[in-house]
Design a protein around this ligand. Sequence first.
Ligand SMILES: NC(=O)c1ccc[n+]([C@@H]2O[C@H](COP(=O)([O-])OP(=O)(O)OC[C@H]3O[C@@H](n4cnc5c(N)ncnc54)[C@H](OP(=O)(O)O)[C@@H]3O)[C@@H](O)[C@H]2O)c1
Length: 271
Amino acid sequence: MSGRASPWVLVTGAAVRLGREIALAFADAGWSVLCHYRSSAREAERTQAAVRERGAECLTVQADLALDDGADTLFAQCLALAGTAPRCIVNNASVFEADDAASASAATLRGHFMTNTAAPLLLGNALARWLGARAQPDGGGDHSVIHVLDQKVHNLNPDYFSYTVSKLALERSVALQAQALAPHVRVCGLSPGLIYLSGPQTQDNFERASRVNLLRRRIEPADVARCAVFLAGNASLNGCTLQADNGQHLVPLARDVMWAIDGPEADGGPA
Ligand SMILES: NC(=O)c1ccc[n+]([C@@H]2O[C@H](COP(=O)([O-])OP(=O)(O)OC[C@H]3O[C@@H](n4cnc5c(N)ncnc54)[C@H](OP(=O)(O)O)[C@@H]3O)[C@@H](O)[C@H]2O)c1
């Protein structure tokens, strides 16, 4: 990207795990990074240092996306820090708490919806509003929003009920928001499979569950992260979703994989 100022990417939840990988992948591609975090301030500084080691600029920004004004506050902070709007927003931050139809409540549904659905959509809307107000022709789809989804939305089971509902709503919104924000902003989805140990999972369970996919090997977080860079850089992609999951979505299970592999469905992967 020499000869042109590096574009900014905002990555939400970029202090740790997949968000950090995405931040590093954008840095490797020559982007400047706005590294958002909520409570992981020290880890966000480590991401910042790792991005800068790669020769890219990185600024950290704190916001709680569960708040009604969380997305707008974050977008305003990004404008102030970078002096311009991000060229790409990667909505990676997420709540992932176990429940089912029996235990789901208005509080669990609302809690997942605010961070996993409302905030990503509102950040995209804020970017389109900013571009629209400046009457800047988009130059053919330069600006983009990437919603990080989950293979679960293509391969349903009723576990993690509130989380799955929040991601299903976001997945359905990819095409809707692409229509709504045209021509200013492209909107794409990115659906990873199981990449990190989460919630009540043991290390042993994770080692086995993370191989329940067509390739029977773990999904590389860096591969998933590079998909985000690809979506951001390819102006022809709009309203579509990339599935970066070793084909996990093609292995149906009646329960979440972390429980299915220790239950009657222990066979999991394809024969
Ligand atoms: N992990 C997997 O195997 C997997 C599989 C499929 C899909 N995904 C999707 O991939 C993405 C990343 O997964 P992950 O496991 O790396 O994520 P994660 O570690 O569960 O969460 C990422 C970050 O989200 C932030 N966050 C949570 N609630 C927030 C709030 N109210 N406001 C602002 N930030 C908030 C947290 O930031 P702080 O730490 O700063 O508080 C957290 O570090 C998610 O969208 C997830 O749904 C993950």
